[in-house]
Design a protein around this ligand. Structure first.
Ligand SMILES: Nc1ncnc2c1ncn2[C@@H]1O[C@H](COP(=O)(O)OP(=O)(O)OP(=O)(O)O)[C@@H](O)[C@H]1O
Ligand SMILES: [Mg+2]
Length: 272
């Protein structure tokens, strides 16, 4: 019996393009524990978004399996919420209506007024209490992504799938959003944490947020190594980066990413 919330076993994914089959992921295996925050890092094109599409149930694998709570995954499900790189709010709904709509998809049986109350709570949590009646086009990119996070959290799914949600945000706001996500996910300990699979290019982001980091090799994506993040929670970026251990750990991740690149260019390990 599996103890993991998500169990990925020998996952292989192919795309068919112009009648040619293209291997995007090969024999990928790792587990995500209940309430665990797992990041997936790897070079562009190594199959990170493909992996999330499979977990979301949008794309069927060519081989292997994905189980959620011990049951084979088939199609999309209301236990999974998603946040993408590009702002995914509906442009024709106000910010608050976007959140209410999300809640309606996953939390059945709530009255309209209850959905509105929850939407207000989450807008406040992400600092958008005054922006609920604005349309997404009236918000900055960072504000739109805050709203997308508010919607995903308000939907209260057991699993959150996030594909580079902060990559289009400027560095300053990115740091603010990372810390916001961290504090909302860590919570005050009174509620069970959500199980998160988070795709990123950013090593520091992965370290700050994750319990565990899955390093994929470049094309086709295979698991190079699964690394446990050794830093206690609650975490703050300022405290983390001051420690020597942080630098060592960061270098280890960089060299795991770079061994793969070095092999491809036929050189020694690249040290950045
Ligand atoms: N629908 C598709 N049809 C054919 N090939 C695809 C399709 N989607 C992705 N690919 C290819 O599969 C590989 C993995 O793509 P994927 O988008 O999963 O990479 P990624 O790791 O998310 O990259 P990035 O970091 O740039 O977002 C790439 O070579 C890409 O060109
Ligand atoms: Mg991607």
């Amino acid at each position: 019996m599996t103890t993991n919330k998500i169990e990925i076993k020998d996952l292989t994914v192919n795309y068919v393009d112009n009648k040619r089959s293209f291997n995007a992921l090969h024999d990928v295996s790792f587990g995500v524990g209940r309430g665990e925050f797992v990041s997936v890092i790897g070079a562009s094109g190594c199959g990170k978004s493909t992996l999330l599409s499979v977990l979301e149930g949008l794309y069927a694998p060519a081989g292997g399996s994905v189980q959620i709570d011990g049951r084979e995954l088939h199609g999309t499900g209301s236990e999974r919420g998603v946040v993408f790189q590009h702002y995914s709010l509906f442009p024709w709904m106000t910010t608050k209506k976007n959140i209410e709509f999300g809640i309606k998809q996953t939390r059945h049986g709530l009255k309209r007024s209850e959905r509105a109350k929850i939407a207000d709570e989450f807008l406040t949590k992400v600092g958008l209490a005054d922006s609920g009646s604005k349309y997404p086009s009236q918000l900055s990119g960072g504000m739109q992504q805050r709203a997308a996070i508010a919607r995903a959290l308000a939907m209260d799914t057991e699993i959150l799938l996030m594909d580079e949600p902060f990559s289009a945000i400027d560095p300053k706001n990115r740091v603010i959003l990372q810390e916001l996500l961290l504090s909302l996910w860590e919570g005050d300990g009174s509620e069970e944490r959500k199980t998160v699979v988070f795709v990123t290019h950013d090593i520091d982001e992965a370290i700050l947020l994750s319990d565990k980091i899955v390093v994929l090799t470049a094309h086709p994506g295979t698991v190079n190594e699964v690394v446990n993040v050794p830093f206690e929670r609650p975490r703050s970026r300022a405290d983390l980066v001051r420690t020597e251990e942080y630098g060592r750990f960061r270098n280890k991740l960089l060299s795991l990413l770079n061994t793969d690149i070095a092999e491809r260019i036929g050189g020694d390990e690249v040290v950045l």
